[in-house]
Write a protein that binds this ligand. Sequence first.
Ligand code: NAG
Length: 493
Amino acid sequence: MDGLRSRKLHFILIPMIAQGHIIPMVDTARSLAERGARVSLVTTPVNAARLKAVIDRMKESGLPIHFVELQFPCAEAGLPEGCENIDLLPSKEYARTLFEATRLLREPLTQYLQAQRPRPTCMIADLCCPWTADVARELQMPRLIFHGPSCFYILCTHLMEQHGIYDRITDDFEPILVPELPQPFEFTKAQLPGCFLAPGWEKLRSEVLEAESTAEGVVMNTFDDLEPSYIELYRKLTGKKIWAVGPLCLYDKDLDSKAARGNKSAIDYHRVLGWLESRKPKSVLYASFGSLVRTHPRQLIEIGCGLEASNQPFIWVIKDAERTPEVDRWLSEGFEERVSARGLVIKGWAPQVVILSHPAIGGFMTHCGWNSLMEAVSAGVPMITWPYFGDQFVNEKLVVDVLGIGVAIGVKVPFPYLKEDSPPAANRDDIEKAVSRLMDEGEEGDERRKRAKELAGKAVRAMEGGGSSTENIARLIQYTLEHGNSDTQEKEP
Ligand SMILES: *[C@@H]1O[C@H](CO)[C@@H](O)[C@H](O)[C@H]1NC(C)=O
């Protein structure tokens, strides 16, 4: 890529304020800035504080990335002070308020952008922030959508929308064949939720669908070799420019930047590495369920017992938000001591990419959030899939049935449909069985490991010079040079 020419470009990136959305946007910022473009990434004070390590590292690197901190009007929106991220919501009932509240950033953002020289050339905005369409229109710049999930999921929801299935099917648990897919896949509406379908979300839903259809292109954290037929079909159906630019996590090359992803780590990564060093290659199971999943105490205890019964070394992440007095008591009154010789419990945010990239890791029990899956694919780690909600059931099918690199735990009912006192979605036997099947040294396990390793090779190649994702970023920059704000290009030599 011609670095001098791209220096005329100024991208404005707007992630939804949720951990899983911010992480790949920061990586996207880096991928553009490394090619000489200027990037402004919009954030808020609480999120900027979380990203401090990342922001400091970018400053040191001299990359032209600017983090734009806009005040988030919590009080005005009806949110508790400092509630600037989905993982900080006091309860689910506030979710819509938070989504609506991002809209209040429109004025301050417009003012900021109007004052910038060179003027912003192109906007890349999260699907969940449809108000950004008005900003882009006002400032006359092209707007691209950033899709966080797999292309497979985006394609499935697109097909369901196009065929009017969401409106037609009223039973959340009726299995539905997704039309037009190259292979047949069935999901219930609960497992393949469309965009903001719940009652009360109608306005946001129609704005999001509108902003999606009017965007000029789509940037995705996936790669051509991972889901080629789905990317192709989605491109054909939408007629849009699609740029698959992942796995974005591969931008983090050294341990310090791997450890700085997402949130402040609750444990010094050197300690985790020390722990992993003493383990045999591919012997450790890593269990972690992303930033938003809130596992009920009884289920957590069941997971712990399953890990204990598996006799396999493990690292298990329990989030702060999941640590009830009951869970803490259970951990400290016996469990941690019983497993101390082979289990490490991390309480809080874990340096996941550091862990997954270590040769001692042999499997990953995951909620199937797309960032986690891309991180596991990049590291060549096979998975136990345990979806909770959103895109996760669809991602599970991709991992287990299409790519053949996962063992399903067998959960069919999404988490939001479970009650506090429902029996655990998977019990200790299910967990023990899945762990021994995944870590098994027999033929089935070997085949799975081989496929995971091959896929990791493809992921790495996609991101190297001449690789598909590298080329797609170059095409995206070229597109912006051709379609971006013309006055930017005229003013500079
Ligand atoms: C991220 O860090 C903040 C501040 O320490 C914490 O409140 C929040 O729960 C963390 N999020 C996750 C998903 O761990």
